[in-house]
Design a protein around this ligand. Structure first.
Ligand SMILES: *Cc1c(COP(=O)(O)O)cnc(C)c1O
Length: 236
């Protein structure tokens, strides 16, 4: 990357991040919340390392990847950056659990006991517990990952006491919507289920709907495109 395009990336990502932060503050103001209650995870998926480094220079300290192998290569590529919290945000296959257990501080898509057990078994002894969000299929889509709202209690009970894991909240990703307002009832339902399960964390809200998610109580946002711009196609 030459100097001119490096400067372009720097200013685009800086603008994107500032815009997202302003929208979070506005949504917090509308709903009487403090921005300090809302953690912003920059979803790095398919973006060049240089864009991620620019976001970190602008103060972003939480980074996410969707696929386990991408997480591993990103953590290695950015190993020189101190103090990053790494989030695995996407559905995980059991044979990739070791990667997430080794490289992530937070896992957002826990929906099976066997995956939990694999993560628990593989979490390094010297690492703090992996913070986990149970993924809930809020939209009831048949093809979507996540447990049904009525299955959350049993799964949370099954996960309690697994060494190396700390279940901190619920995650939900509503079906694609043309208007973010359509996702408000899904976010509200997720909060109700979390409260019933005694969980405080709510990982909800992406580029399409994070303002509404903040208004409905999100504690963690998973935002990619609004920070980094459109995702490049996967290649290689
Ligand atoms: C890609 C992804 C995001 C971020 O999506 P954007 O639309 O880029 O904000 C959030 N959560 C998960 C699980 C994702 O895979």
């Amino acid at each position: 990357m030459d100097d001119a395009s490096r400067r372009d990336v720097e200013s685009e990502v800086g603008r994107g991040l500032a815009g997202v932060r302003a929208r979070i503050e506005a949504a917090c103001a509308r709903s009487g919340r403090s921005p300090a209650e809302v953690r912003l995870v920059g979803v790095a998926k398919l973006q060049p390392d240089e864009a991620i480094r620019a976001a970190v220079r602008h103060g972003l300290s939480d980074l996410g990847e969707s696929y386990a192998q991408d997480l591993r290569s990103r953590v290695l590529a950015l190993a020189d950056l101190p103090g990053i919290r790494w989030h695995a945000v996407g559905t995980l296959q059991r044979n990739k659990a070791k990667i997430v257990a080794a490289h992530a501080q937070v896992f957002h898509a826990l929906d099976r006991v066997d995956i939990a057990r694999a993560l628990s078994d593989r979490r390094p002894d010297d690492a703090p517990p992996l913070e986990c969000y149970v993924e809930v299929n809020v939209g009831g889509e048949r093809t979507k990952a996540g447990v049904g709202p009525d299955e959350v209690g049993d799964l949370v009970t099954a996960l309690a006491g697994m060494p190396g894991l700390d279940v901190v909240g619920l995650m939900g990703m509503p079906p694609p919507a043309s208007d973010p307002e359509q996702n408000r009832p899904h976010f509200r339902a997720l909060r109700t289920v979390a409260e019933a399960a005694g969980l405080r964390g709510l990982s909800m809200g992406t580029t399409d709907d994070f303002d509404v998610a903040v208004e409905e109580g999100a504690t963690v946002l998973r935002v990619g495109r609004a920070i980094f711009g459109a995702r490049p196609a996967r290649h290689g």
